[in-house]
Write a protein that binds this ligand. Sequence first.
Ligand code: HSE
Length: 399
Amino acid sequence: MEAAIMGYGTIGSGVAEVLRINRESIRKRAGEEIGIRYILDLRDFPGDPLSEKLVHDYRVIAEDPQVQVVVETMGGVEPAYTFVKAMLMAGKHVTTSNKALVAAKGAELTALAKEKNVHFMFEASVGGGIPIIRSLNSCLTADEIEEITGIVNGTTNYMLTKMSREGLEFDDVLKDAQDKGYAEKDPTADIEGYDACRKIAILTSLVCGQQVDYEDIHTEGITDITATDIRYASAMGRVVRLLASSKKTKNGYAAMVAPFLLPPEHPLYSVNDVFNAVFVHGNVLGDAMFYGSGAGKLPTASAVVADIVEIARHPDAGLAVDWSTKKIELADFNSIRNRFFVRTTAERPAIRAVFGDVEYIVAEGISGERGFLTEELSEAAFAAKAEQLQGILQRIRIA
Ligand code: HSE
């Protein structure tokens, strides 16, 4: 089977590397050799062993009948969307690692692929090398999925773990994550939670079989998390983690992305460094956990190549995903209920007047402020109370 790679950056070059390193076992599993016929990129790569495969015009790939499968590892919605659409229209299977594309256009591209009787696969778009997409589409099909909660951004998990272990501030750890190749080109997508938001939108879409607009998901990042917050977390025996969550309620799926304080008994408590994990609760399955390398060159490329192997094994596109373009309405964010940890310069009588008899948290070496835990409140109720209390420095939800 002849393949083309669109986007020869970290992941695209990783795909070429995986095909080379595991050539023999991949050939056996796919039932045929997977050759790279073209690489599409704006740049030139002098000295790269695959430089003679380089083309700068996607139409060369779309118009070559020898190319059966196209890998999209460019990132971003455009021009990836235009290129992928052209490949599907030309009757080529596509696999992508691009969560921005899948979150925005996944339902539409899935429908187009079905129409053309080819595959549109996107295992690498969520959780890097963790097989979560295929699990939801093929293995957990007997269940009503009632909850998906994940740590799905490796960069922020790496940063929060490092802040926790080394007592460092946010700015000190970001560069390190970028240097290690985990972060997006613009790390804003990681640290503001946008990347995790797109991933939970994809997972929620697959669970409900409809389009979830990521703009509808309340999203907070980790840019406000400080070393002081982490010290309070340690005093409580908890860790701070960026959770992307979707829970079935009587009012629809309640989805959000935000930092949470996790106790040791939480299934995601031990997920450290760049690792990702996705906790799934099904109505008949009960609980399941998917854990593994969530970002980086080879883990992500591993998932892309696994899609190619799947395509080679089932070229007749019998694995079509159930993903309608019909939009689903999510539950109102204001109705989501949690406990909150709050830091404030207000004195105890003022805190009691607004939040009642709360549980105070004392962290060694911190003065001039108070930390406390609220009872369980809806987002709306918490916001209304927070308005009435002066001097709030921070609030983090409790998982
Ligand atoms: N920047 C992403 C992350 C890459 O850190 O998880 C994988 O999607």
